[in-house]
Design a protein around this ligand. Structure first.
Ligand code: AKG
Ligand code: FE2
Length: 346
């Protein structure tokens, strides 16, 4: 990734996210099982007619339009939806989780060899290194960011490298299909959003695959006040795909009325909108804030949590103009928007 990014990335700028419901209200951040059915707030959409199991040439205009309407409805009200029958093999997801876990379970010294460099977002990020909400203590998570264009080819595990490539590729293809349906759903030509992401996986795009590892919370290692696994934030780009294991803890602040669980539903992928797509659609589609808390029954447990997030981001030189012609926001390129976000965040 480009040079300016590392400069901002590891520094911190307090006060970016104004609302701190949990910190300010004393709300408990531990979650019991009784709340787990709250994920019903987030619609489950059947993507069978548009999923990767359907060949590109077999896509039917009517089906794409129908799914597009459902996506538009979900993203303009909730900002999140689950997709079932999306066409990415569960085997690939499981394999990527497994090879990632092998990586994260190495010693810190070994992982340090693959840490992000000063001028790049690519590589390993240590526990507590990031604060997605700068007003909280560091996030209790590790991450590995992957973009084929920045592959430094210093992998000790070629299976991790190959599976990262495969996962990146399939997530790109699924994101393109989501873009197609959503473009139609919001009244644009089918290839409109896809065409803004032509450089995914190449220089000129911030599109990133991120493997996340939330270490177990051992008995007797108290959390810092307000510390959670991932602080409140919205994503930056256009769409994000989230694959979770069965541990739970992800929550979304739907309608800004408080956080509800976005619990894992097996075989689905959770999809959410980022800030740039909200801006692009003049706030018609919503970049809903979310966070990861520690499930109560995981305290003192031995299990980690794992998730995979794919951030689909418009090309650096693509000019984003409000699609409704309203000029509510000034046109901005993908790169300038990213610079702007980093300048106010860190
Ligand atoms: O781990 C998760 O489930 C979500 C993480 C997330 O929201 C992010 O990395 O942007
Ligand atoms: Fe996120």
């Amino acid at each position: 990734m480009v040079d300016w990014m590392g400069k901002y990335f590891h520094s911190r700028f307090p006060g970016f996210i104004p609302e701190l419901e949990a910190l300010n209200s004393g709300e408990s951040l531990l979650r019991g099982r009784e709340m787990s059915d709250q994920s019903k707030h987030i619609p489950v959409i059947d993507f069978a007619q548009c999923g990767l199991q359907v060949l590109e040439e077999g896509l039917q205009t009517g089906d794409v339009s129908l799914v597009g309407q459902l996506l538009k409805e979900a993203f303009s009200t909730v900002g999140f939806c689950y997709l079932k029958n999306h066409g990415i093999d569960q085997q690939l997801v499981d394999k990527y989780m497994a090879v990632s876990r092998n990586f994260f379970e190495q010693s810190v010294e070994d992982k340090m060899k693959h840490a992000t460099k000063v001028d790049s977002y690519y590589g390993w990020i240590a526990v507590e290194r990031e604060k997605l909400n700068p007003e909280r203590p560091g996030d209790l998570k590790e991450a590995f960011n992957f973009n084929p264009a920045d592959d430094s080819d210093d992998w000790s595990d070629v299976e991790f490298q190959q599976t990262s490539m495969d996962m990146f590729q399939r997530c790109t293809e699924l994101s393109q299909r989501i873009c197609d349906a959503l473009s139609v759903g919001i009244g644009l030509r089918r290839s409109f959003l896809r065409d803004a992401h032509k450089f995914a996986g190449k220089k000129g795009s911030a599109t990133t695959l991120r493997s996340l590892y939330y270490p177990p919370i051992p008995e007797g290692s108290p959390l810092k006040p307000g510390q959670i696994r991932a602080g409140e934030h919205s994503d930056y780009g256009s769409i994000s795909l989230v694959f979770q294991d069965d541990i739970g803890g992800l929550e979304a602040n739907i309608h800004g009325t408080g956080y509800v669980p976005a619990s894992p539903i097996s075989g689905t992928v959770l999809v959410n909108i980022g800030d740039l797509l909200q801006r692009w659609t003049s706030d018609k589609l919503l970049a809903t804030k979310h966070r990861v808390v520690v499930p109560e029954n995981e305290i003192g447990g031995k299990k980690c949590r794992q998730s995979i997030v794919f951030f689909f981001y418009p090309d650096y030189d693509y000019l984003i103009k409000c699609v409704d012609g309203s000029d509510k926001y000034d046109p901005i390129t993908g790169l300038d928007y990213l610079k702007y976000r980093y300048s106010i965040t860190f």
